[in-house]
Design a protein around this ligand. Structure first.
Ligand code: ADP
Ligand code: MG
Length: 255
């Protein structure tokens, strides 16, 4: 169980995620949705341990530290670096090999199998800069396959990705879920969330709703998330007294 207890995540003194409490159960499949700037990527950073909570606590089960796989937003990746597809997939072995040990023949074979599993057999020598967005996303999913992690955090995995690739990668995601892994994905397409994700966290810096997807994606919740987003730019104060209603960013909107 990954547990969040009144978590606030800040950049300098600005809260980006505010007073978030809840749980990701082992083996759960959860979508995180919310407006731009809602703190979705920041929350994944918190779960990865890259951003320490300013208040509250993120509890990970013993042994999980360092075993969480993470897929960044494509926009955050520089693809001009001249490395091959195989190099990128082989990075999935790092957690087990250590950074300075070269992968052997068996690891190379596994990487080629992972590429085949995402429909990219035969492209291992290509430079990553030559691939389409969809092909590159398949490469990153091949890397996730090699990582063999019990928890996967995916930031907008299907953004600007073609339909065919999205369908194939959703199948992989369901396979991970069936294998009992915990999967958390930031998504924008609510129809996709309704069709594929049993649980949803609707975030607008503070949580609007978290639970069964059909309960969470109700019009009044989505409306409230939108209203929060309209107001937070101008007036998101530093949380002076964590837990006090007066310290929450923006006006409080009655549910
Ligand atoms: P989302 O992923 O939901 O679009 P983010 O988590 O990226 O939202 O951002 C939440 C808020 O934190 C935004 O106001 C954003 O401008 C701010 N933010 C994000 N990253 C940084 C950063 N590295 N430094 C300062 N502020 C940031
Ligand atoms: Mg984001």
């Amino acid at each position: 169980m990954i547990t969040l207890d009144n978590v606030t995540l800040c950049y300098r003194d600005r809260p980006a995620v505010h007073h978030l409490s809840g749980q990701f159960a082992p083996g759960s499949l959860t979508a995180i949705v919310g407006p731009n700037g809602a703190g979705k990527s920041t929350l994944l950073g918190g779960l990865m341990g890259r951003i320490a909570p300013s208040t509250g606590r993120i509890g990970l089960p013993a042994g999980l530290a360092g075993r969480i796989a993470y897929l960044p937003q494509q926009a955050d990746i520089d693809r001009s670096f001249p490395v091959s597809v195989l190099d990128v997939v082989m990075l999935g072995h790092w957690g087990r090999l250590g950074a300075w040990r070269a992968g052997g023949a068996a690891h190379r074979t596994q990487a080629l199998e992972a590429l085949a599993a995402v429909g990219l057999a035969g492209v291992e020598r290509r430079a990553i800069g030559e691939l389409s967005a969809g092909q590159f996303q398949r490469v990153l999913f091949a890397r996730l396959l090699l990582q063999d992690a019990p928890v996967l955090l995916l930031d907008e995995p299907f953004n600007a990705i073609d339909e065919r690739t999205t369908a194939d990668l959703l199948t992989l995601l369901h396979r991970w879920h069936a294998e009992g892994r915990t999967v958390v994905a930031v998504l924008h397409d609510l129809a996709q969330v309704r069709a594929h994700f049993p649980h949803t966290l609707l975030l607008a810096r503070e949580p609007i709703a978290w639970g069964a997807t059909t309960e969470v994606l109700q019009p009044q919740h989505l409306q409230r998330a939108r209203l929060q987003a309209e107001h937070w730019e101008a007036q998101a104060p530093w949380c002076e007294a964590p837990g006090s209603a007066a310290a929450l960013p923006g006006p409080r909107i009655a549910a």
